[in-house]
Unconditional design. Structure first.
Length: 349
């Protein structure tokens, strides 16, 4: 990625959050700070990671923080060495008390919050980032295929949840994108339901929403299905959700706003009488975090750009009966989308 220091009116950018440190270095650690200038890159960490961080030494100057040293003091030393006067920092990451120490320790420098700029930078994915996410999705689909094939009447939501994690790790995932959602019957009407001891009954609708991580990047997918025959009204809303998603997938493209993309599915759902039952956004950006920019929502003014990766996940939820959500992960292009999700969308197995 190319950082525009002039646009941000700063001489340097620092990244302290784990996600942004990883984004700029492709190196994962629980502690550290990245300094970026147009001439030099610096990675500050402690003794736990110094040896491993040597893989970065061709691009970054590695600085080891000694016991008793304070980060803001070390940063000030590096800024003076680099001739830096103005610094862009993650204003959305630092807590108030941390920022006070940070600001006092760097009082000789001009500070400017640039979290929005970094989020925008991260929102457009490189070919390598998209490849990692595509591989993550392939791993997820392999795991999901095994789990779905093994679901039987009498299994609890927690049991399927555990199987999903186990099979994902066996398939090569380095971890989960988020805590998987497994919901049976009436529980599927809760969009963020936590798996319970509720056991599967014949003809229950089943909603599973999960994703895995590969080389630091996430996937995300939701499928709704049943082992048997579901109630007629659930069949109706499944058809509405599926058709609304198909319409959105056909028309989403670079240049439209998140609001315009959201409306593609939302208006179809409203026209079929279920507008009030679709209470969340159509989708979200995804990458190092499972939720990041851009927002694909009713009030989103974010403009979709080529190379962004987003989800498309319309849903309808009927309290006491059940819910339907179908989610795919997409790459946005000038002419449309490339769907990174291939798993079938069969309701009744």
């Amino acid at each position: 990625m190319k950082i525009d220091f002039e646009k941000n009116k700063v001489d340097a950018i620092i990244a302290q959050s784990p996600e942004n440190r990883f984004y700029f270095t492709d190196f994962s650690s629980s502690f550290g700070c990245v300094i970026l200038t147009d001439k030099e890159k610096v990675f500050i960490t402690d003794s736990r990671y110094v040896e491993a961080a040597q893989v970065l030494s061709e691009q970054f100057r590695i600085v080891s923080m000694k016991s008793g040293e304070k980060m803001h003091e070390l940063l000030a030393t590096e800024f003076r060495r680099l001739g830096v006067e103005s610094i862009g920092y993650e204003d959305s990451f630092l807590a108030v008390n941390t920022f006070k120490t940070f600001k006092d320790g760097l009082k000789d420098f001009k500070l400017k919050g640039i979290s929005d700029y970094i989020s925008e930078l991260r929102s457009v994915k490189t070919e390598e980032e998209r490849l990692r996410m595509s591989t993550a999705q392939e791993i997820a689909e392999e795991a999901f295929s095994k789990v779905r094939g093994n679901i039987k009447v009498g299994m609890s939501e927690k049991e399927v949840y555990a199987e999903l994690i186990w099979e994902s790790l066996r398939a090569g995932a380095e971890g989960m994108s988020f805590d998987p959602i497994v919901a049976y019957g009436e529980n599927s009407a809760k969009p963020h339901h936590k798996p319970s001891d509720r056991r599967l009954e014949k003809n229950d609708i089943i909603l599973i929403d999960f994703g895995v991580k590969h080389k630091g990047y996430c996937s995300d997918m939701t499928r709704t299905f049943s082992i048997g025959n579901v109630a007629n009204e659930l069949k109706v809303i499944y058809d509405v959700v599926l058709k609304s998603q198909e319409y959105a997938l056909k028309h989403i493209k670079a240049g439209m706003t998140g609001h315009e993309a959201d409306a593609l599915a939302r208006e179809y759902i409203k026209a079929n009488g279920y507008g009030e039952k679709f209470g969340h956004s159509l989708g979200h950006g995804i990458g190092i975090n499972v939720h990041e920019m851009p927002r694909v929502a009713e009030k989103s003014k974010c403009v979709l750009k080529e190379g962004m990766v987003i989800t498309c996940e319309p849903g309808i939820y009927l309290e006491g009966l059940g819910g339907v959500r179908i989610e795919d992960m997409l790459t946005v292009t000038e002419s449309g989308i490339i769907n990174m999700t291939y798993f079938d969308k069969i309701l009744e197995l």
